[in-house]
Design a protein around this ligand. Structure first.
Ligand code: ADP
Length: 162
C-alpha cells in the first residue's frame, strides 16, 4: 500500500490544501495528514478544530475518507512519517521562495532518512497562490475569503472571529 504524509499547519484548511489532497489521493492509496501543533499557542484554530475542518471538508468534496487519516505531530517530520508507516512526504509548491525553503528541508530529511522520498506537486493555477496566512489576515480585517476556502472554513472563521 502506498502511503504519503502531508504535513502542515492547515490553519485554516484552504482550497489549495484541498487541491493538493485530491492530487495526493490520485497517486497514493492513503494520505496521512499531520497537523503540526508545535506553534499551537499562536494558531487561530486548535488541533481539534483543524481536524474537524479537514474531516468535514473531505465529506463536502466527496473524498474517500477511508483513505485519509488525520493526526497531530510536534517532533521531527521523518519520525512521524516512519511511525505512520509512510515512505513519501507530500508537499505543495507555490512560489520560488517555497522552493528555496522546501529544497533544504527535503535534502536534510533525505540525509536523516534515505528511504523517505519527498514529492512536490503544484496545485491548479486558480488555487496555487492561496495561503492560510493571507486567508487569516484577510478574514481578520473583515474581507471576503470565500474564493479561497471550503464552505465549512468560512463558517468556522466567522464563528471564531465574531
Ligand atoms: P506549512 O505551515 O508547513 O507551510 P501549510 O499548512 O501552509 O504548511 O501547508 C501544508 C502543505 O500544503 C505544504 O506543503 C504547502 O506547500 C501546501 N500548500 C499550501 N497551500 C497550497 C496551495 N495553495 N497550493 C499548493 N500547495 C499548497
Amino acid at each position: 500500500m502506498s502511503i504519503a504524509y502531508l504535513a502542515g499547519s492547515f490553519d485554516p484548511l484552504t482550497l489549495g490544501h484541498v487541491a493538493l489532497l485530491k492530487q495526493g489521493l490520485d497517486l497514493f492509496d492513503k494520505i496521512i495528514i499531520g497537523i503540526g501543533v508545535h506553534h499551537q499557542k499562536a494558531a487561530l484554530f486548535s488541533f481539534e478544530e483543524r481536524a474537524e475542518i479537514i474531516r468535514t471538508t473531505a465529506d463536502e468534496f466527496q473524498l474517500d475518507s477511508s483513505r485519509i487519516s488525520v493526526e497531530s505531530f510536534d517532533g521531527l517530520l521523518v519520525d512521524a512519517v516512519q511511525k505512520a508507516g509512510a515512505n513519501a512526504i507530500l508537499r505543495g509548491l507555490r512560489t520560488a521562495s517555497d522552493f528555496d525553503y522546501e529544497i533544504g528541508m527535503c535534502d536534510m530529511n533525505h540525509t536523516m532518512a534515505g528511504d523517505i522520498h519527498t514529492l512536490f506537486l503544484t496545485a491548479p493555477a486558480e488555487y496555487r497562490n492561496i495561503s492560510s496566512t493571507l486567508v487569516r489576515q484577510i478574514a481578520k480585517m473583515g474581507g471576503d475569503v470565500s474564493p479561497f476556502v471550503p464552505k465549512y472554513v468560512l463558517k468556522a472563521l466567522s464563528a471564531k472571529l465574531a
